[in-house]
Ligand binder design. Structure first.
Ligand code: SAH
Length: 346
């Protein structure tokens, strides 16, 4: 395994990098194109690359590797086709991805880190802290592995699994370049949504570099004091600054921003929260995604029940704030962020 880890991971290269790498090996650049196409079509070994000379395939196997995830566990929903994967990485770490079927196509929720260091109070991914950042190849392989397993193509990506994407900025943006490549998965950036807890310098940078990607911001509170008790990041980047950056983002990109609001019973779902939220978001091109909190046994919080969440939603809409209660897919399997991984470590 350590030997594998020392080899150059070709899946982690953009098409241009791969072409340059081939040239360095004294080979024509088109070999890089061929390898890129194979890998992004799901090939996991050089043996499969039948249009490469046998000798080159042998040379590549000696010097290089292609990241490939082992499926440690799969949970399939009996009701809606949702599949939750626990993947084992080459170094033994585990990560989760969720495959979901919608009318508009197939969607995947990917993890960007093994663990997380943001410390949100209601979230299972952060228990145990951050193990490490995922490489661009490892994030991409979540998609390729799911496509291989299901035999279906994925058309939409949400970066809402374990980890904070803006705490792993370079690898996450490289991943976006990889999936956007016309010779790769060729996904439109508009079919991708990234969710952040609000690391502001990177949020600004992202708006400049990837204005087409949908941005979702984990808000979860209607005032800064409350937000600090739920999300430690708010102490570093307080809510008023967050809202300023969000407004800038909407202006800069001309696109609607989504606010995620996990409803925690008796904590952030009261009438006063509703009126504060209305003031905070009024007049902004945004949408609120209400998520009844998924209870995590390690945490003492309780989720708001769905009926109450729907009431909350209606009241927001009446005040002119667009809102929906997130549809629950895969509710018969460990659905909340980080739960499958956590339960597998027990
Ligand atoms: N770090 C990023 C993305 C990962 S979390 C972020 O904070 O946005 C994806 C979403 O799931 C976030 O909105 C997060 O707050 C929410 N979430 C985490 N744990 C949850 C739980 N137990 N119930 C409901 N939503 C949860």
């Amino acid at each position: 395994m350590t030997e594998q880890l020392q080899k150059t991971d070709l899946k982690n290269m953009t098409r241009d990098e791969l072409k340059a790498f081939m040239k360095e090996m004294g080979l024509p650049a088109f070999r890089g194109e061929q390898i890129f196409t194979w890998m992004h079509n799901g090939a996991v070994s050089f043996d499969e690359m039948t249009n490469l000379p046998q000798k080159l395939r042998e040379q590549l196997s000696e010097q290089c590797m292609i990241t490939c995830h082992e499926i440690a566990r799969v949970q399939s929903s009996k009701t809606d086709g949702t599949k939750k994967y626990l993947f084992r990485l080459a170094d033994g770490n585990t990560i989760e991805s969720v495959f979901m079927k919608y009318k508009f196509g197939n969607s995947i929720c990917v993890s960007t880190q093994a663990g997380c260091r943001m410390g949100c109070r209601f979230c299972a991914s952060t228990i145990g802290g951050l193990c490490r950042n995922l490489t661009a190849a490892e994030i991409l392989e979540e998609i390729l592995a799911v496509q291989r397993d299901t035999g279906e193509r994925i058309s939409n990506i949400v970066l809402m699994g374990s980890g904070e994407p803006f705490d792993n900025y370079d690898n996450v943006t490289k991943f976006l370049e990889l999936v956007h490549d016309p010779k790769g998965l060729n996904l439109s950036l508009r079919n991708i949504t990234l969710s952040t807890c609000g690391i502001l310098p990177n949020m600004r940078r992202f708006g400049d570099e990837f204005p087409q990607v949908n941005l979702a911001v984990s808000l979860h509170a209607s005032n800064s004091e409350l937000r600090s008790t739920l999300m430690p990041i708010n102490k570093k980047y307080p809510m008023d600054e967050l809202m300023e950056v969000c407004r800038e983002h909407v202006e800069k990109t001309g696109r609607r921003i989504t606010f995620e609001y996990t409803l925690v019973k008796g904590v952030n779902d009261k009438d006063e929260n509703l009126s504060q939220l209305t003031k905070l978001l009024g007049g902004m091109n945004c949408h609120v995604n209400l998520i009844p909190m998924n209870p995590v046994s390690e945490r003492d919080f309780k989720g708001t029940d769905r009926r109450f969440a729907e009431e909350f939603c209606k009241k927001l809409e009446k005040k002119g704030i667009q809102a929906t209660v997130r549809r629950e897919l895969g509710s018969d399997i460990d659905a909340a962020c980080g739960q499958l991984r956590l339960n597998s470590q027990k």
